[in-house]
Design a protein around this ligand. Structure first.
Ligand SMILES: NC(=O)C1=CN([C@@H]2O[C@H](COP(=O)(O)OP(=O)(O)OC[C@H]3O[C@@H](n4cnc5c(N)ncnc54)[C@H](O)[C@@H]3O)[C@@H](O)[C@H]2O)C=CC1
Ligand SMILES: O=C(O)CCC(=O)C(=O)O
Length: 409
């Protein structure tokens, strides 16, 4: 966004990847009309051209907002990830440019948990394989290898929002729930925390992954981990594709170590519905393959649209950064009769003192001031008399450590 206040109709918003229309409705209701919607992600060179002119961008999981792409986003004020995962954005690169990133941390939780539970039931009965055979005209009526979920152990790796929700649903079927997490977590229902990943893998009949993509979770399921699992284990991944070594999974399926799997996310995913999906897992009838649709339900998408759009509008309207993933969180009251200025700076000693001294020098009266910092940046919001705003902005831009300063309105 330019450094000065911009009329709402001039604020350009780009929504990619078929973000739900509820987002557009919400933005329009808040007075934003300059919205472009594109149903796919964009190739890097197209993205770079588009992003150069927008103030807000909304994406889902496919658009890669790298440091390089963001270096072309000179006007960008904020990023909305219309999903849970934010690994597709170089978060630190956005932060160092003073760009907050918002997401929807809960809106598709239930959808993922329901899908995983359904897949668990189907895989425990060998349904994908039997169904594939029936499609080819083969009649495979047999109880061999088919078991009930009741009494089986579900091992959840990553006991966050989705893992917890899944655990509760699985208990209603009579499953025993164990989980592994790097944090000590309060178990819901009768679930209990395993002392180590190895301990969990040894005892689970069904292993389901619900961790974020991080350096630590990269290939966290590889040959060594499959070897520890029970023979005939069911394996589910609806977290991120980078978490599982797919070749190791293919080997474990070939050797029947893994009796069935459901995979929703892949190390490399097609950019759009017209691109071929390539994976060694296509060879297996006992693997449910889904095109990253864990969170793709009407309910989830509609809620996500509303949630993220309202966070972007709130930031644009009054500077609130509540629940931004890379920014100091400031929840702000509205301001009437004053002008609001935002100042984003590197977190170094003395910035607030410099600001207050600069304002005092010109007798600029501060009606309200809010400051939050994290380890990297500081975020100050200042309400002043409207007539002082241009001068105040000039002063803010001179402050040592400034990343961005602008007048909201
Ligand atoms: N397939 C799909 O469409 C969807 C996929 N997702 C993916 O699912 C992931 C999980 O979502 P939520 O449960 O909402 O996230 P969350 O942040 O609530 O929970 C993640 C949990 O994983 C734990 N964790 C992190 N690193 C770990 C490690 N190395 N070992 C064990 N535990 C670890 C965390 O402590 C936390 O408890 C998201 O990050 C996203 O990538 C989310 C929604 C839809
Ligand atoms: O629905 C999407 O586009 C992505 C869902 C997802 O993986 C997430 O919310 O992290």
């Amino acid at each position: 966004m330019s450094n000065n206040s911009l009329a709402k109709e001039k604020i350009k918003i780009l929504l990619l990847e078929g973000v739900h229309p509820s987002a557009v409705e919400e933005l329009k209701m808040k007075g934003y009309s300059n919205i472009e919607c594109i149903s796919t992600s964009l190739a890097e060179e197209d993205l770079i051209k588009k992003i150069a002119n927008v103030h807000f961008i909304g994406i889902r999981s496919r658009t890669q907002l790298t440091d390089y792409v963001l270096s072309h986003a000179k006007k960008l004020a904020a990023i909305g990830c219309f999903c849970i995962g934010t690994n597709q954005v170089e978060i630190k690169a956005a932060q160092k440019r003073g760009i907050p990133v918002f997401n929807a941390p809960f809106s598709n939780t239930r959808s993922v948990a329901e899908l995983v539970l359904g897949e668990t039931l189907l895989l425990l009965r060998g349904i994908p394989e039997k169904s594939a055979k029936a499609h080819r005209g083969e009649w495979h009526k047999s109880a061999a290898g088919s078991v009930e979920a009741r009494g089986k152990t579900l091992g959840i790796i990553g006991y966050g929002h989705i893992g917890m929700q899944l655990g509760i649903l699985a208990e209603t079927l009579g499953m025993r729930v164990r989980f592994y997490d790097i944090e000590t977590k309060l178990p819901l229902g009768n679930a209990s925390q395993a002392s180590s990943l190895k301990a969990l893998l040894k005892e689970a009949d069904v292993v389901s992954l619900h961790v974020p993509e991080t350096l630590q979770t990269q290939n966290m399921m590889a040959a060594k981990e499959f070897a520890i699992m029970k023979d005939g284990v069911i394996f589910i991944n609806a977290s991120r594709g980078t978490v599982v070594d797919i070749d190791a999974l293919a080997d474990a399926l070939k050797s029947k170590k893994v009796a069935g799997a459901a995979i929703d996310v892949f190390p490399v995913e097609p950019k759009g519905n017209d691109e071929e999906f390539i994976s060694p897992l296509r060879a297996f009838d006992n693997v449910i393959l889904t095109p990253h649709i864990g969170g793709s339900t009407k309910e989830a998408q509609s809620n996500i649209g509303l949630e993220v759009a309202s966070k972007m509008a709130k930031y644009s309207d009054n500077g609130s950064t509540l629940s931004a993933v890379n920014f100091p969180e400031v929840s702000l009251p509205g301001h009437t009769g004053t002008s609001r200025l935002l100042h984003i700076h590197r977190n170094q000693p003395g910035v607030l003192t410099q600001i207050n001294q600069a304002f005092a020098k010109h007798n600029i009266n501060i009606a309200a001031q809010y400051l939050q910092t994290d380890d990297q940046i500081g975020y100050v919001v200042i309400d002043i008399e409207a007539q002082d705003s241009a001068l105040a902005l000039r002063e803010l831009k001179q402050i040592d450590g400034t990343i961005r300063a602008r007048i909201l309105h």
